[in-house]
Design a protein around this ligand. Sequence first.
Ligand code: NAD
Length: 269
Amino acid sequence: MNGFDLRGRRYLVTGVTNVDSIAWHVAAALQRQGADLVLSSFGRAARIARKAAARLPEPADVIELDITDEDDVADAVRELERRWGTLDGVLHSIAHAPPDAVGGHFLDTPADSAAKGFQVSAYSLQRLAAGLAPLLARSEHGGSVVGITVDSTRTLPGYDWMGVFKASLDAVARYLALYLGPRGIRVNLIASGPLETLSAQGVGTFEALAEHYERWAPLGWDRTRHDQVVGSVLFLLSDLSACTTGQVLHADGGVHAIAGGIGEPPQRS
Ligand SMILES: NC(=O)c1ccc[n+]([C@@H]2O[C@H](COP(=O)([O-])OP(=O)(O)OC[C@H]3O[C@@H](n4cnc5c(N)ncnc54)[C@H](O)[C@@H]3O)[C@@H](O)[C@H]2O)c1
């Protein structure tokens, strides 16, 4: 086992919009460990994503991938097949909720908004993992699929249907672990605390949420420090996690473990 020496490993990193994207920080860390990368971006953000890719430690190619477009998924698989013929891992860092599915509209959200959010934010993990499974199965280190979720066991005011999509994502990951495990492919999620990104700006209660984490996390939390989750993502993408699958690993300063809001917040020295 080579641990975090990822020289020669090959990864697809989805969900890069700009240098604030969690995926961008994961990409930079993977490169620092020696890994080769292809990034993917989506729609109008592709141009900005190329600029962000140019700011990585090493330049990386960006392919366009709308996860709801079967042709795009097939093209991405073909491109990686042509380029490498194998894949050691993929980061799924993709989510979208229509505006009427978040922000307190829970009781009125129409079916098509709920369905669209589910497709992009949860079902997409199945499309990505199933499409890439033949390449991931050829990894000599065991292929790894990693996604980013939140603590979906509790409600977060304003997060609404996104909370439902994330609970679905957790279940999709477990079923993928069941069906892809026999091919040597692991599927795990990181439940991240709140980080300042473009997507986070779409959550009206983000400020209150981030404040709660920063106040109550036993280990502390800082909404501007993406490195708080990156190490856990790398662990799951590397073969240090060779026998771990179907797992949700919390990278949240410990907030999931406590009932914050009672008594005094932790006093850190
Ligand atoms: N920022 C946070 O506080 C936080 C906390 C927990 C989990 N997450 C999750 O982390 C992941 C990354 O989000 P982020 O915060 O880095 O924000 P971000 O806006 O940088 O990334 C979200 C990505 O989803 C992509 N996307 C949306 N629709 C797509 C589609 N149809 N096809 C392909 N890609 C599509 C966007 O292009 C974007 O790159 C998401 O799953 C998000 O829910 C974020």
